[in-house]
Design a protein around this ligand. Structure first.
Ligand code: UDP
Ligand code: MG
Length: 165
Protein backbone atom coordinates (compact mmCIF):
# COMPACT_ATOMS: atom_id res chain seq x y z
CA UNK A 1 0.00 0.00 0.00
CA UNK A 2 1.45 3.38 -1.04
CA UNK A 3 1.53 5.70 1.94
CA UNK A 4 2.98 9.02 3.03
CA UNK A 5 4.36 9.87 6.45
CA UNK A 6 5.57 12.97 8.23
CA UNK A 7 9.10 12.89 9.62
CA UNK A 8 10.53 15.56 11.90
CA UNK A 9 14.17 15.69 12.85
CA UNK A 10 13.70 17.25 16.27
CA UNK A 11 15.85 20.08 17.71
CA UNK A 12 18.17 17.66 19.56
CA UNK A 13 18.91 15.92 16.26
CA UNK A 14 19.84 19.22 14.61
CA UNK A 15 21.86 20.43 17.61
CA UNK A 16 23.83 17.18 17.72
CA UNK A 17 24.59 17.33 13.96
CA UNK A 18 22.66 14.13 13.37
CA UNK A 19 20.76 15.31 10.29
CA UNK A 20 22.99 13.43 7.86
CA UNK A 21 23.02 10.27 9.98
CA UNK A 22 19.24 10.27 10.31
CA UNK A 23 18.66 10.85 6.58
CA UNK A 24 21.16 8.10 5.76
CA UNK A 25 19.35 5.67 8.05
CA UNK A 26 16.00 6.61 6.49
CA UNK A 27 17.40 6.09 2.99
CA UNK A 28 17.51 2.35 3.83
CA UNK A 29 13.74 2.41 3.35
CA UNK A 30 14.16 3.30 -0.37
CA UNK A 31 11.18 5.64 0.06
CA UNK A 32 10.92 8.94 -1.84
CA UNK A 33 11.34 12.29 -0.10
CA UNK A 34 8.57 14.42 -1.62
CA UNK A 35 8.84 17.48 0.65
CA UNK A 36 11.46 18.95 2.99
CA UNK A 37 12.06 22.18 4.86
CA UNK A 38 13.54 23.74 8.00
CA UNK A 39 10.87 25.12 10.33
CA UNK A 40 10.96 27.39 13.36
CA UNK A 41 8.22 25.86 15.53
CA UNK A 42 5.73 28.29 17.09
CA UNK A 43 3.87 27.47 20.27
CA UNK A 44 0.66 27.16 18.23
CA UNK A 45 2.23 24.63 15.85
CA UNK A 46 3.75 22.67 18.75
CA UNK A 47 0.43 22.56 20.63
CA UNK A 48 -1.48 21.48 17.54
CA UNK A 49 1.07 18.83 16.58
CA UNK A 50 1.00 17.24 20.05
CA UNK A 51 -2.62 18.03 20.92
CA UNK A 52 -3.47 14.41 21.77
CA UNK A 53 -0.88 14.62 24.60
CA UNK A 54 -2.12 17.85 26.17
CA UNK A 55 -3.24 16.16 29.41
CA UNK A 56 0.10 14.43 30.00
CA UNK A 57 2.31 15.69 32.84
CA UNK A 58 5.22 16.17 30.43
CA UNK A 59 3.21 18.24 27.89
CA UNK A 60 4.74 21.63 28.76
CA UNK A 61 8.26 20.21 28.65
CA UNK A 62 7.44 18.47 25.38
CA UNK A 63 6.36 21.80 23.85
CA UNK A 64 9.60 23.45 24.98
CA UNK A 65 11.56 20.53 23.54
CA UNK A 66 9.93 20.60 20.09
CA UNK A 67 10.13 24.42 19.98
CA UNK A 68 13.88 24.10 20.52
CA UNK A 69 14.16 25.85 23.88
CA UNK A 70 16.84 23.35 24.92
CA UNK A 71 18.71 22.98 21.64
CA UNK A 72 18.26 24.95 18.41
CA UNK A 73 15.01 26.66 17.51
CA UNK A 74 14.39 24.60 14.41
CA UNK A 75 13.25 21.23 13.17
CA UNK A 76 13.60 19.59 9.76
CA UNK A 77 10.25 18.47 8.38
CA UNK A 78 10.03 15.90 5.59
CA UNK A 79 7.40 13.81 3.86
CA UNK A 80 8.42 10.27 2.89
CA UNK A 81 6.29 8.49 0.30
CA UNK A 82 6.10 4.91 -0.97
CA UNK A 83 5.16 1.32 -0.18
CA UNK A 84 4.34 0.88 3.55
CA UNK A 85 6.01 4.20 4.34
CA UNK A 86 4.52 4.52 7.83
CA UNK A 87 5.74 1.20 9.26
CA UNK A 88 9.06 1.28 7.39
CA UNK A 89 9.97 4.64 8.91
CA UNK A 90 8.69 3.78 12.41
CA UNK A 91 10.76 0.58 12.31
CA UNK A 92 14.00 2.50 11.74
CA UNK A 93 13.00 5.13 14.36
CA UNK A 94 12.59 2.57 17.12
CA UNK A 95 10.43 2.71 20.25
CA UNK A 96 9.30 6.02 21.77
CA UNK A 97 11.37 5.47 24.92
CA UNK A 98 15.03 5.61 23.82
CA UNK A 99 16.05 3.24 26.65
CA UNK A 100 13.65 0.61 25.33
CA UNK A 101 14.35 1.26 21.65
CA UNK A 102 16.44 -1.23 19.70
CA UNK A 103 20.03 0.05 20.06
CA UNK A 104 20.51 0.05 16.29
CA UNK A 105 17.37 2.15 15.71
CA UNK A 106 17.69 5.94 15.42
CA UNK A 107 16.13 6.54 18.84
CA UNK A 108 18.08 3.68 20.45
CA UNK A 109 21.36 4.98 19.06
CA UNK A 110 20.92 8.71 19.61
CA UNK A 111 18.05 9.34 22.06
CA UNK A 112 18.20 10.08 25.78
CA UNK A 113 15.85 10.70 28.70
CA UNK A 114 16.33 14.10 30.33
CA UNK A 115 16.38 14.62 34.10
CA UNK A 116 12.95 16.25 33.66
CA UNK A 117 11.72 12.98 32.19
CA UNK A 118 11.26 13.98 28.55
CA UNK A 119 12.28 11.49 25.91
CA UNK A 120 14.64 13.42 23.64
CA UNK A 121 14.35 10.88 20.87
CA UNK A 122 15.68 12.81 17.84
CA UNK A 123 12.91 11.98 15.40
CA UNK A 124 9.15 12.08 14.98
CA UNK A 125 7.29 9.82 12.56
CA UNK A 126 3.54 9.46 12.03
CA UNK A 127 1.99 6.29 13.49
CA UNK A 128 -0.96 5.69 11.13
CA UNK A 129 -2.60 7.02 7.97
CA UNK A 130 -5.04 9.33 9.77
CA UNK A 131 -2.26 10.84 11.85
CA UNK A 132 -0.04 11.19 8.78
CA UNK A 133 -2.78 13.11 6.94
CA UNK A 134 -3.43 15.43 9.87
CA UNK A 135 0.28 16.06 10.42
CA UNK A 136 1.27 16.52 6.77
CA UNK A 137 -1.57 19.05 6.31
CA UNK A 138 -0.45 20.83 9.48
CA UNK A 139 3.21 21.14 8.48
CA UNK A 140 3.00 21.55 4.69
CA UNK A 141 0.97 23.46 2.14
CA UNK A 142 -0.02 21.54 -1.04
CA UNK A 143 2.51 23.37 -3.23
CA UNK A 144 5.39 22.43 -0.94
CA UNK A 145 4.91 18.76 -1.79
CA UNK A 146 5.92 17.53 -5.23
CA UNK A 147 3.17 14.92 -5.55
CA UNK A 148 -0.58 15.21 -5.01
CA UNK A 149 -1.26 13.39 -1.74
CA UNK A 150 -4.69 14.72 -0.79
CA UNK A 151 -7.48 16.58 -2.62
CA UNK A 152 -6.97 20.33 -2.90
CA UNK A 153 -9.09 23.32 -3.84
CA UNK A 154 -8.21 26.75 -5.18
CA UNK A 155 -9.22 29.83 -3.24
CA UNK A 156 -8.68 33.51 -4.03
CA UNK A 157 -6.60 35.25 -1.38
CA UNK A 158 -5.74 38.89 -1.11
CA UNK A 159 -3.02 39.01 1.52
CA UNK A 160 0.22 40.88 2.15
CA UNK A 161 3.27 38.68 1.70
CA UNK A 162 6.96 39.37 2.28
CA UNK A 163 9.09 39.38 -0.89
CA UNK A 164 12.76 40.05 -1.54
CA UNK A 165 13.52 43.82 -1.45
N1 UDP B 1 7.18 11.58 25.22
C1 UDP B 1 7.82 11.72 26.45
N2 UDP B 1 7.45 10.89 27.48
C2 UDP B 1 6.50 9.92 27.34
C3 UDP B 1 5.86 9.78 26.10
C4 UDP B 1 6.23 10.62 25.06
O1 UDP B 1 8.69 12.58 26.59
O2 UDP B 1 6.22 9.20 28.33
C5 UDP B 1 7.55 12.49 24.11
C6 UDP B 1 8.54 11.84 23.15
O3 UDP B 1 9.44 12.85 22.68
C7 UDP B 1 7.62 11.34 22.06
C8 UDP B 1 6.56 12.44 22.00
O4 UDP B 1 6.40 12.81 23.38
O5 UDP B 1 8.31 11.17 20.84
C9 UDP B 1 5.23 12.02 21.40
O6 UDP B 1 4.74 10.91 22.10
P1 UDP B 1 4.06 9.69 21.35
O7 UDP B 1 3.39 8.86 22.39
O8 UDP B 1 3.22 10.19 20.23
O9 UDP B 1 5.31 8.86 20.82
P2 UDP B 1 5.91 8.73 19.32
O10 UDP B 1 4.73 8.63 18.36
O11 UDP B 1 6.76 9.95 19.07
O12 UDP B 1 6.73 7.48 19.36
MG1 MG C 1 3.05 9.84 18.17
Amino acid sequence: MIQQTLVLIKPDGLKKSLTGNVLTRLSETKLDIVAAKIVRVSRELAEEHYKQLKDKPFFEELLKYIMGEYHKKKVMALVYWGENAIDKVRQICGATNPEEADPVSIRGAYGRITTKGVYENVIHASTNEAEAEREIKLWFQPDEIIVDLYPTKTVKKSIEVRVWA
